[in-house]
Ligand binder design. Structure first.
Ligand code: EPZ
Length: 422
């Protein structure tokens, strides 16, 4: 069992390169199924969720090669339309393959992606939208069986919530449908724009950008393209929180500011200075001790990102004053709070609200990751805690942070990863 050993108290100083975005790479890899040919995805992060996506592509008959941060997918010989339960359960976002498989094969059989640490993860919006596009969906015994009589047909679709995954599934299914699809109340997250850019490079005709209304004019087929995954705005927000909690000065490289900017107001209210020098170089200078971050309400983009709340909440634990977090996207995103409490944090959780009373210092402790971003919160807290912390269940972190230990150690964190025999 791997364990992170972290001795808190070091100010972080230096530069961290931001990797490609997990939440863009995953739908991009699913999109390569639509292409009868070869696609190259560059700046693809080396993460276990990416490995899981590659396993699904290979299971479906694609040839996939990974060289450094480039993943090359040849989906010419696609021969499957079913994803086994084992692969579906490995990664919640495997549901985003559904739209692409149905579009390419005219049918698909998947099992439910299953809930996750954040609470139930329903897919009703995905399935309702696919039905509008002409997909017959049967749900029985935990299986989702989809079929298209002839060809997917364009439709007018309005999402009742700007679901990122449902937006991605509509985009993947509608690109080669007959006719035009208008998707209203679409997600506006930057990863959606990244997916649209790749699909348009493959010959799709998608307009609407981040307006919230996407128009997809169906085309007969797509051809392979090269694409560079956008920078990971949540990885960046995590490192900003790490700088903030240690009173550090960091520069994030390869990191455009705009997609990360929804977290700036809370960091600035806490006393941090954020500024951009050269393009794609984001700087943060933190005060010796943070003030309260105020009230943080998570919202769909361009609101405060739900994935960025946990690392910032961890930093707020040692701020001056009381901070309030309201989680408006997921039902149960505070499982990691009990672990922070072990370190001396003072946090009251009531449903979607967490009230954080800043303390002068946290104490190092042994804590276990409960989910990806909750695990990041534990690392952020440990960086400021007195003494040594041990962080376990690192599989959660490996899903979404490439070389977390190396990146933090390179800017002065006393952190090492130890493999302790089970
Ligand atoms: C994506 O998840 C991200 N994952 C999440 O990041 C992110 O938190 C989320 O978008 C919101 O930004 C990937 O991109 C792989 P949603 P997704 O559909 O698509 C409800 C991380 O840490 N909903 O926008 O699953 C749902 O239960 C992960 O990197 C329905 O009710 O998010 C949730 O409450 C965590 N029915 C809300 O909508 C549906 O059919 C937002 O879900 C679909 C969603």
């Amino acid at each position: 069992m791997d364990t992170l050993m972290i001795r808190g108290g070091n100010r972080l100083e230096g530069e961290i390169p931001i990797h490609g975005a997990k939440n863009s790479a995953l739908p991009l890899l699913a999109a390569t199924l639509l292409v009868q040919g070869v696609s190259e995805i560059h700046n693809c992060p080396r993460l276990s969720d990416v490995k899981a996506s590659i396993a699904i592509l290979r299971h479906l008959g694609c040839r996939v090669e990974q060289q450094e941060d480039t993943v090359t997918v040849d989906s010419t010989a696609l021969c499957g339309s079913a994803i086994p339960d084992t692969l579906m359960r490995e990664m919640r976002s495997s549901i985003v393959f559904l739209g692409a498989i149905v579009a390419r094969c005219g049918e698909a059989v998947l099992t439910y992606p299953g809930g996750c640490e954040l609470g139930p993860r329903p897919i009703d919006l995905h399935l309702a939208a696919l039905r509008r596009l002409g997909v017959t969906v049967e749900e029985c015994h935990g299986y989702i069986r989809c079929r298209v009589a002839r060809r997917l047909r364009g439709a007018e679709i309005a999402l009742s919530f700007p679901s990122v995954g449902a937006t991605e599934n509509v985009l993947l299914a509608a690109c080669t449908a007959e006719g035009t699809t208008v998707l209203r109340h679409a997600a506006r997250e930057p990863e959606i724009g990244d997916l649209c850019d790749f699909l348009n490079a493959c010959g799709a005709r998608i307009t609407g950008g981040d307006s919230g209304t996407l128009v997809i004019e169906g085309v007969p087929r797509l051809q392979g393209a090269r694409h560079r995954v956008m920078a990971d705005r949540i990885e960046a927000a995590t490192y900003l929180a790490a700088a903030a909690v240690t009173g550090g000065t960091l520069t994030l490289t390869g990191c455009p500011a705009l997609p990360v900017s929804p977290v700036f107001p809370a960091l600035e209210q806490a006393g941090c200075r954020l500024y951009t020098g050269a393009p794609e170089r984001l700087h943060i200078r933190a005060p010796a001790r943070l003030s309260r971050v105020g009230t943080v309400r998570t919202m769909p983009y361009p609101g405060f990102p739900t994935d960025g709340a946990a690392p910032l909440l961890a930093a707020a634990c040692v701020g001056r004053g009381t901070s309030v977090f309201v989680e408006n996207i997921f039902e149960n995103r505070y499982k990691y709070v009990d672990e922070l409490t072990r370190m001396g944090a003072r946090i009251q959780v009531d449903g979607r609200v967490a009230v954080v009373e800043g303390v002068d210092a946290l104490q190092g402790a042994t804590v276990a990751c409960t989910d990806l971003r909750g695990g990041a919160a534990l690392v952020v807290a440990a960086l400021a805690a007195g003494g040594e912390s041990r962080v376990t269940e690192l599989g959660h972190l490996d899903r979404g942070y490439e070389d977390l230990t190396g990146c933090l150690a390179a800017v002065g964190a006393a952190i090492r990863r130890q493999t302790i025999p089970d």
